[in-house]
Design a protein around this ligand. Structure first.
Ligand code: GRF
Length: 187
């Protein structure tokens, strides 16, 4: 008899503080079963260890993508959360439509680094955040969910980034829930 289950094994990859890891973990619990960072001692690794999630470092260098892929043998989905490395082959094809990323702008506006600063410098009155699938481009993959964030008159880069991150913590779990709902449920 086949037992059908919606439970997935999810890895989170990040280089920074890990606030999005926390948001995902608080919603998905044990389904978040692995964290990989390219930065030894990064906040995301510490936060993972603190809640008993397996946390490993794969430093940038030769074959980074193959080394990461080798760690993902029993993983169903990958969430990038502030991961500062490009995802390339062979990782990309092995997880086609199964790698998500959170980006701090309303894509396709302001791809790339420090997107909140780009929006502020451009004199926009709103920006936001986007969860999208990862492809070979920079923040170009198919979009899953966005949330708008107003830019206030006295906003600094820091205050704006903080407000965007609060929105990120709302939409990343919701986007992941929607993607999981589209996957086959196998035991
Ligand atoms: C987030 O703002 C995300 O949009 C960007 O990197 C940041 C990661 O923050 N890609 P954290 O490590 O999840 O706190």
């Amino acid at each position: 008899m086949t037992i059908f289950s919606a439970v997935k094994r999810i890895a989170v990859l990040g280089s920074g503080n890990g606030s999005n890891f926390e948001a995902l973990h608080s919603e998905f619990g044990d389904q978040i079963c692995l964290v990989i960072s390219d930065r030894p001692g990064s906040g995301i690794l510490k936060k993972a260890e603190a809640v008993g999630v397996s946390a490993i470092t794969e430093k940038s260098g030769p074959e980074l993508n193959a080394r990461i892929l080798a760690r993902l043998q029993d993983i169903d989905l990958v969430c990038l959360a502030g991961f500062m490395r490009m995802v390339k082959e062979p990782f990309l094809s092995a997880f086609e439509k199964r790698i998500l990323n959170i980006h701090p702008s309303l894509l396709p506006r302001f791809p790339g680094q420090e997107a909140w600063k780009q929006a502020l410098d451009a004199g926009e009155d709103e920006t936001g955040c986007t969860v999208h699938f990862v492809d070979a481009g920079i923040d170009t993959g198919e979009m899953i969910l966005q949330e708008r964030v107003p830019i206030l008159e006295n906003d600094t880069a820091e205050s704006l980034h903080r407000r965007i991150q609060q929105a990120e913590h709302r939409i990343y779990p919701e986007a992941l829930r929607r993607v999981i709902a589209t996957l086959p449920h196998e035991s």
